[in-house]
Design a protein around this ligand. Structure first.
Ligand SMILES: [Zn+2]
Length: 418
């Protein structure tokens, strides 16, 4: 979905982190890790092709997960597990014995299993479904893991690297939801690798509530049973009430939206349908806005039902079913958090002007829980994501961008004293 920028970047605020990060980057262990990234870059391009060519449709990420797990194990980064839902979790213990930083890159793609995922290479352009979003993100995570292990970097906090399932579409963030399930350990901060543009930092979560609504009734003949409750008429009454009530909510304050995306039902023009269904999507980066839209939606569905039932003849009452088909929590990130300030400072140090935006990514879950979280670029230039002609360009600054990702991760985890 298109991201929207709404925070102004204040360059002055990041000053304390400029000094901290320049010390960190000058540490010999970090320099060794950077050299590892640069030296192994070509080999990782081969891994990008290998991983892209293993299909990973929603709810069927196992094969890619297994290959990713093998690649992660080969880095020597840390202890590996594959959890109940298929997340590949690698952990490197910190020296402090407490606290953790979690980094994720989603393994799933939007493409069905039968999609041709053969990679075409023309110069520095790599074309294949899923290559950018988010196979390159998974590869970047492997680069960081390998560099940390090779340079023998130890941190204060544990680092948890996760190749996660279920980010896209109906996956509904199930991989990261599982990581943050009730009772699970909560990391101190969270970094998702999943953006196409190196300057863009997702710090707020556009939440969405999605429903499939079905009005049901006895159905019948348009002439012979005229007067019986009509599910399409009920749906029309409900939708009219919803859009009338929702519009003013979206016209002021934080951005929000609503959309009826699909409708259906009915058998012929001269039949009263026995069902009428539609799907609705509501979004906002602001949890109160999303809740307000949801409230008028629920009320409108019931009022539409009652209004149609009130005018019907003696036929059966109509009923309505409202099924949730997606819930992504909203949340506004804190631009002043050390995580966001560090990410900005790293970009500004290389004359890249950061853009702080809201979007829908794996960071939605921690942001909604009040845990500092950010989604950063997977590096390189991604284009045409979610289309069959998706491509990724090795734009010449991939290692430099990857090194920033490493620096952010280690700054958050705290480089242990030598
Ligand atoms: Zn993605």
């Amino acid at each position: 979905m298109p991201a929207l920028a709404f925070h102004q970047v204040d360059a002055l605020e990041v000053q304390p982190y400029v000094a901290e990060l320049s010390v960190l980057r000058g540490d010999p262990r970090m320099e060794a890790a950077f050299a590892h990234i640069a030296d192994n870059y070509e080999a990782r391009l081969q891994d990008l092709v290998t991983l892209t060519e293993i299909p990973a449709p929603p709810f069927a990420e196992e094969a890619r997960g297994a290959a990713f797990a093998d690649m992660m194990r080969a880095t020597g980064f840390g202890d590996m597990t594959i959890d109940e839902v298929g997340n590949v979790v690698a952990r490197r213990a910190g020296v402090a014995g407490a606290g953790s930083v979690m980094m994720v890159a989603h393994l799933d793609t939007v493409f069905p299993a039968e999609t041709d995922v053969t990679v075409r290479i023309e110069g520095n352009r790599y074309t294949a479904p899923g290559i950018g979003d988010n196979t390159r993100g998974a590869i970047m995570m492997l680069e960081l893991a390998a560099a940390i292990a090779a340079a023998d970097i130890r941190t204060e906090k544990d680092i948890i690297l996760v190749g996660n399932v279920g980010e896209e579409g109906l996956g509904d963030l199930r991989g990261v939801r599982h990581l943050f399930r009730d009772g699970a350990e909560r990391p101190d901060s969270f970094i998702a690798i999943d953006g196409g543009d190196e300057a863009r930092l997702v710090i707020s979560a556009v939440g969405s509530n999605r429903y499939r609504v079905t009005f049901n009734g006895p159905g019948g003949h348009s002439w012979g049973d005229f007067g019986d409750g009509n599910p399409h008429h009920a749906a029309a009454r409900a939708i009219t009430r919803f859009v009338n009530a929702a519009r003013p909510i979206t016209q002021e304050g934080p951005r929000s939206s609503y959309n009826i995306g699909r409708t259906g039902g009915g058998t012929s023009v001269n039949s009263i349908p026995f069902e009428s269904w539609f799907e609705v999507d509501m979004r906002s980066g602001n949890p109160e806005k999303l809740a307000a839209l949801d409230a008028v939606f629920q009320q409108a569905m019931n009022e539409g039902l009652e209004a149609e039932n009130a005018v019907r003849g003696d036929g059966d009452l109509l009923t309505v079913e409202i099924e949730s088909i997606g819930q992504r929590p909203a949340g506004e990130g804190d631009p002043a958090s050390p995580l966001v300030q560090r990410a900005q400072a790293l970009l500004q140090a290389e004359d890249v002007e950061p853009q702080l935006v809201a979007s829908s990514t794996d960071s939605n879950i921690p942001i909604s829980l009040g845990i500092p979280a950010i989604t950063i670029s997977r590096c390189g230039t991604s284009a045409r994501a979610h289309s069959l002609d998706e491509y990724w360009i090795d734009d010449g600054v991939v290692p430099a961008c990857t090194m920033r990702g490493l620096t952010l991760l280690i700054a958050e985890a705290g480089l242990a004293a030598d």
